[in-house]
Design a protein around this ligand. Structure first.
Ligand SMILES: [Zn+2]
Length: 348
């Protein structure tokens, strides 16, 4: 019978339990023709390799092989078994070989961590920025609307600000936006006012041009109308730079991409309220928004130093008992007041 001929170099003498008798018997085993061969005196058996349960290579202790007919091979000398296994073409898989070495394992783990970190640091922003640009304006508006409705329910109450006062702020901002975009290519925005004991003097922006400002902020800056405009400019920057979308896509990258590919945004939409209620824009995004606000005011002949007043007043409130951490994307919730006061005072 071809293949059954044992190759002397590749025969292992080991112990066999036939599954019926408790007595171990000495047998010769070898691998050939994709089978395990077993020879005990005149008896010769062949087991297809796939049907044999081979020992875990990573385990210590003796090697034990379960045969499909209920028999068992036991080999106490692990090193001898492993040598036989390798020499008879046991086909050590690369993965198992790697698992043998905890050093290799450690390197593999470190490598995976490094890869994931690199993907997160460089890959996700790249993919996210790219995905953000793929989001059509209609979807952006839907996202912004959904987020606005959700956040309104949690944080905002109807404004008590007189209509005239609201209109005055809107009209002034319309003029300043026109002034900052002399080519007429102005971004879309709509501004709503809300009373908010939860957020205090605050403002925030959501995708699609939704700007929200609290009555408390208007009251805090009643004597500083230009600072109110500067804050709106800062919020408009988040819309223009699409920071809200970027944050959304980053925090729900998979469902966002699936949504884009399949054209079904429902999974993506479901993540919107939580994301906007819990995440903050990056510090880079905040700096860019401050930069935008400073240029915006300056383009209209207003000194950006007016913005410093706002952060000074907020810092004073922070020093007291005021806590605006309820909504991390909102302007008063950004913690670096001193740095921003310096930025607007020193802006040229
Ligand atoms: Zn901001």
């Amino acid at each position: 019978m071809p293949g059954s001929e044992p190759d002397a170099r590749h025969v292992l003498l080991t112990q066999w339990f036939d599954g019926r008798s408790p007595q171990a018997r000495p047998v010769q085993v070898w691998l050939a023709d994709d089978s395990l061969w077993l020879k005990c005196g005149a008896l010769e058996s062949r087991y297809p390799r796939r049907e044999v349960r081979w020992p875990e290579r990573s385990s210590h202790g003796q090697r034990q092989v379960e045969l499909p007919d209920g028999g068992l091979l036991q080999h106490a000398d692990v090193a001898e078994w492993d040598r036989w296994w390798q020499h008879s073409g046991g086909q050590e898989s690369v993965v198992v070989g790697w698992q043998q070495s905890w050093r290799a394992t450690l390197w593999a783990v470190l490598g995976s961590v490094a890869f994931l970190a690199a993907a997160w640091v460089w890959g996700v922003p790249l993919v996210s920025r790219a995905a953000v640009h793929l989001i059509p304006a209609g979807l952006e508006a839907r996202l912004g609307q959904a987020a606005t409705e959700q956040l309104s329910g949690v944080f905002l109450k109807p404004s008590a600000l007189p209509e005239v006062e609201q209109a005055a702020i809107r009209n002034r901002f319309t003029q300043l936006v026109d002034g900052a975009y002399p080519d007429g290519n102005t971004p879309n925005w709509r501004l709503s006012f809300h009373r908010s004991p939860a957020l205090g003097p605050n403002a925030f922006a959501l995708p699609g041009g939704y700007l929200a400002m609290t009555d408390e902020l208007v009251q805090l800056l009643a004597d500083q109308p230009d600072a109110i405009q500067g804050i709106l400019a800062h919020e408009l920057a988040h819309v223009v730079h699409r920071d809200g979308l970027d944050m959304l896509v980053r925090s729900s990258l998979v469902s966002a991409l699936v949504g884009l590919v399949l054209g079904d945004a429902s999974g993506f939409l479901a993540t919107v309220p939580v994301t906007f209620a819990t995440q903050s824009y990056s510090r880079d995004a905040e700096r860019a928004a401050d930069q935008f606000a400073a240029k915006f005011l300056s383009a209209n002949g207003v000194s950006p130093t007016v913005m410093a007043v706002f952060f000074e007043r907020i810092a004073e409130m922070d020093g007291g008992k005021y806590d605006a951490k309820g909504l991390p994307i909102a302007i008063a919730s950004h913690p670096e007041h001193a740095e921003r006061i310096r930025f607007f005072r020193e802006w040229r």
